[in-house]
Each structure stands twice: as structure tokens, then as C-alpha cells.
Write a protein that binds this ligand. Sequence first.
Ligand code: NDP
Length: 282
Amino acid sequence: MTVLGLGAMGRALAGSLLAEPANTVTVWNRTPGRDADLVARGARPATSVRDAVTAGPLVIVCLYDHASVHATLDPVADHLRGRTVVNLTTGTPNEARELATWAERHGIDYLDGAIMAIPSMIGTPEAAILYSGSQPAFEEHRQVLDAWATSTYEDADAGRASLLDLAMLSAMYTMFAGFLHGAAMVTADGVSAREFAARATPFLAAMTSAFEADAEIVDSGSYATDGQTLDWSDLSHLVRVSEEQGVDPAPIAMVEQLRRRQVDAGHGGDAFARIYESLRRT
Ligand code: NDP
């Protein structure tokens, strides 16, 4: 197997493969010298991309972005025919689909992967990688994929893994912005961010258990509730207190705006999950 791209993540992926003595691992990186540690551990250094991709049937790609994947693979497309490319470079769903079409045109089996981990987590049970695209490629190379992380095959649509990855990151960043907004509110009164984190961490962790109930409501399409309604969840006081603390209320004002839109449309008696309808454009 071959690993193209020896940045922080590519090195972790290749290193994890080298932990299995039966694996023959060929490595390549655009800038020479980044393979020294891996070569010392038994990796075979390739002298060119062509040399790298012709070393075996499985080519693992972990480069900076979509453009760098094309820059690296386009010149060797003919040599990839009949091989499998597992691309773990972060990209958008449409970029993954474009690569899948490109691969099909060149007779390449294409599997797109989205890594839900940082390099130090690779090879541990905490790491997860989502895959989409060629299911036969996923099945055939399952043993390799499972050495890195918990592997999940999502869909034949090559863009699915990326979509799920980016949707989770979107949820995560919004949550972090919310945490930091709360921290700004309390630090304005001299409470340290650390003290705030000690209280917010268990609270927010417990609140995530409500995702499933919200998901059920969204999937059912029925927002009727005998629980917390949009009217009841008026967040304007949170916006006001944020202003009083001298803190930009942007994160909570955004949520209040989504809520207000549904209330103004006459849905105040519905479940809070109805703000999902404010977000949908189609
Ligand atoms: P690094 O910045 O450490 O490495 C980037 C790699 O891409 C290097 O090998 C670099 O080569 C190569 N590269 C950049 N541009 C080109 C190009 N035009 N042609 C050929 N090679 C190129 O990034 P990471 O290893 O951290 O990340 C790699 C991928 O993994 C990214 O898509 C990232 O989003 C994803 N990922 C990373 C995570 C992380 O925590 N690090 C987490 C989840 C996903 P060179 O040495 O020559 O510059």
C-alpha cells in the first residue's frame, strides 16, 4: 500500500500501517525529507508519484486540499487504472463527487474518507473515519481502514462522508461559539473562563442527549408538543443580558432570530425544534 502526503495526518496514517509487520508501506511527499522517521521504521521511500502509485493496488491520499489531490494524481491517472484510491483529504461533498467521476473515467476504484480525529488519535478506539463511494473498495480494504479508526461505510454517493463530516463540524463550531459567548458573559463579571467551563461542560454534555428527541421531531415533520414550545423559549432576555455585560450577543441573537421567525409565522405553540424550518432553504 502507498501513502501520498506526509503531513501530520499522513504520517500518522502511514505510521499506524507500519505497526503491522506484514504491511509493505510505500510513502511519498512533495517536499523531500518528511519521510525520514517512517523510512527508519520500515517504509519504502518512493522517488516519484509514479513510483509510489505503481507500488501496489491501494493508494491512500492525505493531502492539503482538493486542488493538491488533482495536482498530484492527474499526471499519474493512467498508472492508477485498476487500483483503489482512498482519499482522506478533507474536501466538500461536490469535490468528492467530482473526484469519484474523475476516478471512474480513469478506471480507478474510489473511496472518499472523512477523518473525525486528530493525528494522535489515529490507531486508537477514539478515532472514527466515515467512508463513502465504492463499497467493494471499503470491504476489500477493511482491515487496513480498521487499523486507523472505527470505520463506517455511509453511502455509494462519494460526497456523503464529507457532508456528514462538515455538518458535524458546523454543529461543533456553533457550540464552541456558544460556549465562548457564555464565557465572555461571565468573565465580564470577573468569573474565570475555567470556572465557567467546569459548570458548562457537564451541563452541555447532558443537553446533547436531547439531540435524538429533536431528530425524531424533525424526521416526523410534526412539531406539535406538550413540552417546551417556541413561545416558552423566548431568548430575548439572553440577548439583553449579553448586551448588559458588554458582550456581543451575536451567537444567541442568531438563535433568537431563527426562533422569532417561526413565532411570527404563527408557530409559537410548536416545539423548539421547529427552528429547523427557519434554516431550510428548500
Ligand atoms: P499538513 O498541512 O500537515 O500536510 C499537508 C500535506 O499536503 C503535506 O504533505 C503537503 O506536502 C501536502 N501538499 C500541500 N499542497 C500540495 C500540493 N499542491 N501538491 C502535493 N502535496 C501537497 O496537513 P495534515 O496532514 O494535517 O492534513 C492533511 C489532510 O487531512 C487535510 O485535508 C486535513 O483537512 C485532513 N485532516 C487533518 C486533521 C488534523 O487534525 N491534522 C483532522 C482531520 C482531517 P509538503 O510537505 O510538500 O508541503
